[in-house]
Ligand binder design. Structure first.
Ligand code: 5GP
Length: 190
């Protein structure tokens, strides 16, 4: 998605060789027009698939997942991240490390919001090591829903998450792939 690459080059900054700051586009601010375009792009890439729900993880996945769900005309469900001490009997729950926060959180989706009747498209903002995605996929499995595909705005392809998803055998679509952040420079894979 060329427009997204242009905006990343203009607005993102390299924190270190493993972390990109993308606050104005994905992690702190939202450009509604660009976000709707990302949603349209995902809808085009998953055209023809039966999708009854879009799922994501709070908070940075929500805008683009909302844009996708809006275009598809289906509901959006976002997993909440909680630091729980108590079990949540009415929820599917998976414990995952957080890439940016350096802590472990529980991803939680209420059992009322996801069931074996659903065909689910999983949309997220960035994939690094794939921990959040792995957790969410386990939750989808627990619910019995069918995972139709996975769409991620930005893959850092020098980290392991993207390949982990592709190896699961689902349709996986990335809007942009960054192959390196070395030397303070953003290099796209293609
Ligand atoms: P993972 O679980 O794949 O290691 O990390 C995924 C989550 O961590 C993403 O949803 C994203 O919010 C956050 N994340 C991972 N890498 C980066 C990064 O380079 N920059 C920012 N801003 N967030 C990141």
């Amino acid at each position: 998605m060329d427009i997204l690459k242009e905006r990343i080059l203009k607005e993102a900054s390299v924190i270190n060789s493993g972390v990109l700051k993308l606050d104005s586009l994905l992690n702190h601010g939202v450009d509604p027009q660009l976000t709707m375009e990302m949603g349209k792009e995902f809808v085009a890439r998953f055209a023809g698939k039966k999708i009854t729900k879009v799922v994501t993880v709070e908070s940075s996945g929500i805008p683009v997942a909302f844009a996708t769900a809006y275009q598809l005309g289906v509901p959006l469900v976002f997993a909440r991240r909680k630091k729980t001490l108590l079990g949540e009997p009415d929820a599917y729950c998976e414990r995952v490390p957080s890439f940016t926060k350096g802590i472990v959180t529980d991803l939680i989706i209420s059992r009322d919001l996801l069931s074996a009747n659903d065909s689910v498209l999983f949309i997220d903002d960035i994939i690094a090591n794939g921990d959040a995605a792995r957790g969410l996929i386990k939750i989808i499995e627990q619910s019995g829903a069918d995972l139709v595909g996975i769409g991620i705005v930005l893959e850092k392809s020098f980290q392991a998450g993207g390949n982990m998803l592709r190896e699961l055998g689902h349709q996986v679509e990335m809007l942009v792939k960054v192959k390196s952040l070395e030397n303070n420079t953003i290099t796209f894979a293609d």
